[in-house]
Design a protein around this ligand. Structure first.
Ligand code: ADP
Ligand code: MG
Length: 247
């Protein structure tokens, strides 16, 4: 496979914080339509890797190519515009707005030809809200104030807010933390649905959940990749058991 076939190509990526390498010459390729799960002990650098890809943190060295375009020197908003969406661990929805409004304000403005064509724009927004709310299982809750949703529903709404931007790569940091068993099941189905037409990177600790959703698993340790492959092989890798799964 040539590099151009990957939606994301991270090569020799390094970031130092006061001499400490939180990410150390890390190389990772993601295929189009792939759902990759990243696991590893606390402090392995998982969140930092997402921070680098979305432009929140600047790399010290190495490259991050998204659809063959270099991202590592772009500003965060340019990276979003290029098609990378990222959900942080804590939800950032507007609690006192309805589900509908939360989705509406997340529609990307000011980059289209709409300007004067307000009506057409409204129709497009409306259609996108309907499609997204269906996808995240909140189509019946559009008029509900977001603050009244369950913890799980709030997480799905935030994923929906990202989907309003139609990202080609979606990155989620511990999306099921604090969810009930049922909400976890529904989230697995949701992720399965939404990665049909995009690529995803998910950081997660819950191994049952990882097994359910992962196409491939990357195990990080001390800013590097310790192992990578299908869940079954990673799970039985003695090094992985030693630094992570054994605890
Ligand atoms: P993980 O998400 O795998 O638990 P992190 O990416 O949050 O790990 O952290 C990796 C390491 O980098 C940790 O030792 C953390 O303390 C350090 N680190 C992360 N961000 C910063 C920062 N902005 N400044 C200094 N150190 C940081
Ligand atoms: Mg983290």
């Amino acid at each position: 496979m040539s590099n151009t076939d990957f939606v994301l190509a991270v090569e020799d990526l390094t970031v130092s914080f006061d001499g400490f390498k939180a990410i150390d010459k890390l190389t990772l390729y993601l295929e189009k339509g792939e759902l990759r799960v990243i696991i590893g002990p606390n402090g392995a650098g998982k969140t930092t890797l997402l921070d680098l890809i979305c432009g929140k943190t600047r790399a010290s060295a190495g490259s991050i190519k998204f659809k063959n375009q270099e991202m590592s020197r772009l500003a965060e908003h340019q990276i979003v515009r290029a098609g990378i969406g990222r959900k942080f661990q804590t939800p950032s929805i507007y609690e006192n707005l309805t589900v509908f409004k939360n989705l509406e304000v997340s529609f990307p403005r000011g980059r289209g030809v709409f300007g004067a064509l307000g009506f057409k724009c409204d129709q497009e927004v409306q259609a996108r809200i309907e499609a997204v709310s269906e996808e995240i299982g909140l189509a019946d809750q559009l008029e509900v104030e977001a603050g009244l949703l369950s913890h799980g529903q709030k997480q799905w709404l935030e994923i929906g807010m990202l989907l309003m931007q139609e990202p080609e790569l979606l990155m989620l940091d511990e999306p099921i933390a604090g969810m009930s068993v049922r909400e976890r099941e529904l989230t697995a189905e949701l992720l399965d649905r939404i990665c049909r037409n995009r690529s995803m990177i998910v950081i997660e600790h819950d191994m049952d959940f990882v097994k359910k959703i992962a196409h491939k698993v990357t195990v990080m340790h001390q800013g590097r990749i310790l192992a990578e492959g299908p869940m079954e092989s990673v799970q039985n890798d003695p090094r992985v058991i030693d630094v992570y799964l054994g605890h």
